[in-house]
Design a protein around this ligand. Sequence first.
Ligand code: ATP
Ligand code: MG
Length: 419
Amino acid sequence: MITQTPKGTRDILPSESYKWQFLERQIADLCADFGYKEIRTPVFEHTELFQRGVGDTTDIVQKEMYTFLDKGNRSISLRPEGTAGVVRSYIENGMASLPQPVKLYYNISAYRYEKMQKGRYREFHQFGVEAFGSKGPSIDVEIISMIKLFFDRLGLKNIGLNINSIGCPVCRKQYNDKLKEYLRPSLGDLCGVCNDRFNKNPLRIIDCKEEKCRKVTVGAPSILENLCEECKNHFEGLKSGLDNLGIKYNVDKNIVRGLDYYTKSVFEFISDNVGAQGTICGGGRYDGLVESCGGNPTPGIGFGLGIERLLLEMESQGIVIPEQKEIEIYIAAIGEEADIYAQKLVFDLRSKGIAAEKDLMNKSLKAQMKYADKLGAKYSIVLGEDEIKNSKATLKNMKKSEQAEIALDSLYEEIINRR
Ligand code: ATP
Ligand code: MG
């Protein structure tokens, strides 16, 4: 037990972590280009925040949250997603008084008690952005274009973009009534969960993955044909904005997204390679969320992108992520005096930004050279009594079997000149 991670969690080992670091740098650069600043919120929050902010009727809140009482008898939950914490922070820190829109991003771990599958874990990671204060659709276009550019920069191909509008509280209420009328005669054919949804949130029946529910909903009235004037114009604006940037999309009237708080634009980026669930990224507009969490009415929009699923997708498309900076030089030493000299030399090189290594295991010279090879060091030198006395050594190119006599105090310049 104690030598195994809990189900659904994984270590990110050095053989993988350089990929995560690469993505973190890409994300930071992308967000800087689009003017989104990083926000870091706690891993746990009051359970009530998620009940309100993610929605009581969602699978996440009903089945997937890690909830516990802390020692002070407060109900606490590990964050199952990133938006609720950011909304809480926006309100708590009075960000409404900042120039709008407020554009934030996060790169976090999240926790859901789910059945393990490929691309589905209990601890997983999300890159997400949230933008507050703008009604769109210009910012909807900005956010979608940001994800598209992210995929392009990573070299990903064939990621489909599906968009839809699920209206505002006014037109959705009318639509829900129509939908219920359509579904009522077939209630017996729907799954138990959908029977529950029928009164609480009928729109989500459209999203059910159960075959028998899909059969019923296939001919259901579409929300897109029932939008009010304002929502219709907003959706037209989103589409023409995407056209203007040359971003291809599908209108899919069946995406409603799992979370209760969405309004108007919803979207997903999908791939076939990521396992049972192909959604790499999902997002949308949530104009009612800030208010329902206790702030002033504030429009908002965001997305969450699963890092594990992104890495799976990159792998299956054969995209190679560059490895960490390699060891440039290995300083082998024979004897105690040379070892002390090597310690100083290695430190001096490292101080100037050159990745250098020396022996730390009292290895023989032969074993030191073998290790240097294993490390993939580009250069090596061997220090013995003579080298130290004459302040000269042989700089060996490990990959090309070339070598040159150099002065030890010009070692740094010699390496730089050869770069
Ligand atoms: P799904 O339908 O696959 O369960 P979701 O609608 O629950 O996804 P969101 O809440 O929108 O997902 O989260 C955004 C993204 O986070 C998803 O598109 C996915 O890439 C990732 N994600 C969600 N749950 C998990 C998980 N358990 N393990 C790994 N990644 C996940
Ligand atoms: Mg889910």
